[in-house]
Design a protein around this ligand. Structure first.
Ligand SMILES: [Zn+2]
Length: 163
């Protein structure tokens, strides 16, 4: 369990969920951007390498120097690759900033488990040590909990939100 930060109850989590949702949805968008730009950058690198090999072969450049040639070509700054790297960096900076802002707003101790699903664990001792586990697709109330030593996908035990 977290050594620092507050312990949460179902009602205290429900109170902050609209705020957490705003951050979570922003992180999900940034994660998609990060993944899309990363995929595009990998595809572009593969294409540049293949073009490099074809051109080098045609020019009679010995194959054993191709790796170094590709590396230098990448470093020389293909404009498309540079733009993709900027998109990746910007999205990563936005995610870092969102994490810091969320901590500032609701305090230490809440754990971000997944950018993709916008999933957070709130430590609680309500009903024994556990995490109250929430992601935007769960709706406006926290409805899952799991033991501290279980991972989020094992958050099978739904509970009613009467307490
Ligand atoms: Zn969880």
């Amino acid at each position: 369990m977290n050594k620092r930060g507050r312990l949460w109850t179902v009602s205290s989590v429900n109170l902050v969920l609209p705020l957490v949702r705003a951050y979570a949805e922003g992180m999900q968008e940034d994660f998609l951007e990060l993944r899309a730009a990363g995929d595009a950058a990998r595809a572009l690198r593969r294409r540049l390498r293949l073009v490099w090999q074809v051109e080098s072969d045609r020019a009679g450049v010995p194959p054993e120097t191709w790796d170094e040639g590709v590396r230098l070509a990448m470093e020389s700054g293909n404009p498309e690759l540079v733009r993709l790297q900027e998109r990746i960096r910007d999205a990563a900076v936005r995610i870092d900033r969102a994490c810091a802002d969320l901590t500032r707003d609701i305090g230490e101790g809440v754990t971000l488990r997944s950018y993709e699903f916008g999933r957070f664990d709130f430590p609680t001792t309500d009903g024994g040590p556990a995490y109250l586990c929430w992601q935007p697709s769960d709706g406006d109330r926290v409805i899952h909990r799991h033991e501290p030593d279980l991972r989020c996908p094992e958050r099978l035990a739904s509970f009613t939100t009467s307490h």
